[in-house]
Design a protein around this ligand. Structure first.
Ligand code: C2E
Ligand code: MG
Ligand code: MG
Ligand code: MG
Length: 281
């Protein structure tokens, strides 16, 4: 990771960073054992209809109950698991566990929420993705249209054809495909033409701008960007979920703009699924 040009200086002044990197690697190396010991678990966060307040789906967010460090959020281990490739095993566990839990949500309801699972770039580019997803759906009995896969724009940065083909096969079987953090990544809209996307999840940073009242000129710009993304999505027959909705005012403005769904602290912080089961019982 030391850039060639600044290498010497880095070695002198970045001992702290070195220690931090070593700690991250040690953490990553511990993932397989942690999987065996059942230290990972999933919290869920509702994707709520802005029209009628119904919970449409729930996003699975992985957590690590580390014996010494306490509960770790994904930002502290997902990135490294991607670099080392361990994300394939960890992500496989997340997918299977999320589908298993979601199958249980259907008891007694004719329209239970779907489960939305984050896929890392590596998982999407792996040859076995279609078989893996199909296998999990078969084993858990979850109908394909109750699974949504969240991929990021960076997943589609490469021109590889295999991931596009795999996602198309899954979409043909009814699996939903969402673009996560839309508007913050590499934005080559060509993938919207090539991919069987069903939903755009607009990044929370645009929504955060709605917090400030009209006095803040930036808030007007964010509102216009959001409105444009909503019309783009609707023109392509996609639904739009806004992420990071923290206040009732933001939810109101998003509803006025025509946004379909919201996710964020205003609707519920990530928690065990039971917390939200009551909302559609
Ligand atoms: P994401 O997929 O964009 O998930 C949304 C993140 O925003 C979650 O953080 C969630 O707790 C947080 N959030 C939700 N509502 C609000 C809000 O109103 N305000 C603010 N400020 N934040 C809010 P979390 O759980 O720490 O996850 C962070 C990221 O880690 C996720 O971003 C996702 O990229 C990644 N991640 C989580 N679980 C998995 C997984 O199983 N596999 C992979 N590959 N990545 C995962
Ligand atoms: Mg996500
Ligand atoms: Mg997101
Ligand atoms: Mg994010």
């Amino acid at each position: 990771w030391a850039k060639a040009a600044g290498g010497a200086r880095w070695a002198l002044f970045d001992a702290d960073r070195n220690r931090r990197e070593l700690a991250r690697y040690a953490l990553s190396a511990a993932i397989p054992t942690a999987l065996d010991r059942g230290e990972f678990y999933l919290d869920y966060q509702p994707l709520t209809s802005l029209r009628d307040g119904r919970v449409l789906g729930m996003e699975a967010l992985v957590r690590w109950r580390h014996p010494e460090l306490g509960v770790l959020r994904p930002d502290s281990f997902i990135g490294l698991a991607e670099e080392t490739g361990l994300i394939v095993r960890l992500g496989g566990w997340v997918l299977a566990e999320a589908c298993r839990e979601a199958e249980g949500w259907s008891a007694g309801h004719d329209d239970p929420p779907f489960v939305s699972v984050n896929l890392a770039v590596r998982q999407v580019h792996r040859p076995g993705l279609v078989q893996e997803v199909r296998g999990v759906l078969r084993q858990t009995g979850l109908p394909p249209d109750r699974l949504q896969l969240e991929i990021t724009e960076s997943t589609m940065m490469s021109t590889a054809e295999e991931p596009v083909r795999a996602l198309r096969v899954l979409a043909d079987q009814g699996v939903r495909i969402a673009i996560d953090d839309f508007g913050t990544g590499y934005c080559n809209l060509a993938y919207l033409r090539d991919l069987p996307v069903t939903e755009l999840k607009v990044a929370g940073e645009f929504v955060a701008g709605l917090r400030a009242p009209a006095a803040d000129p930036g808030s007007r710009t964010d509102e216009r960007i959001l409105a444009s993304l909503v019309s783009l999505a609707h023109a392509l027959d996609l639904t739009v979920t806004a992420e990071g909705v923290e206040t009732a005012e933001q939810a109101d403005r998003l509803r006025a703009i025509g946004c379909d769904a919201g996710q964020g602290w205003h609707f519920g912080r990530p928690a065990p699924a039971d917390r939200f089961l009551a909302q559609w019982a």
